[in-house]
Ligand binder design. Sequence first.
Ligand SMILES: [Zn+2]
Length: 188
Amino acid sequence: MQYQVIRSSRKSIGMQMTESGIVVRAPYFATMYQIERFVRDHEPWIRKQLEKQQSRQAALSSVKVMTDEQFARLKKLAKAYIPQRIAYYAPLVGVAGRVTKISIRCQKTKWGSCTSKGSISINCLLMLAPKEVLDAVVVHELCHLIEMNHSQRFYANVTRVYPQYKKWFKWLKDNGAVLQATVPLKYR
Ligand SMILES: [Zn+2]
């Protein structure tokens, strides 16, 4: 098993999967024996991560980049559909009438954003995801009109309105790069 060791003043050994492979973070005083044992103990985790990374890379390499026409059509669809979802969820979140502006953006890496003044921005690429993913992002941003942070209370409100939130947000975390890879190069 190949891995890179980075030592620092941390107190315990930890591990991370990066695009370039496994990185073990260890305290200055950890011995190679301890590090090797740590890696061995985490082999199932590493295998799972490697498999995930491989399938992610396979998905990315098979992505078809949209043509300009397809991209324009997606934007148009998004502009028609996303405001409807915002209008649907705003009263459920308890913020009916508080949304002052809706922007549909396509090139940004952000999935959504929201200002305290009620301006909400949603990424049009979410139109390519299962519709539950878009709803999860919409609810997340609407809940920011109540609370501009990611506190427990904020997430309690998100999951009250959208109980499946975690599942679909994870989908986005796992597949977001694939969505982004469909954007025509000149718009990135
Ligand atoms: Zn947020």
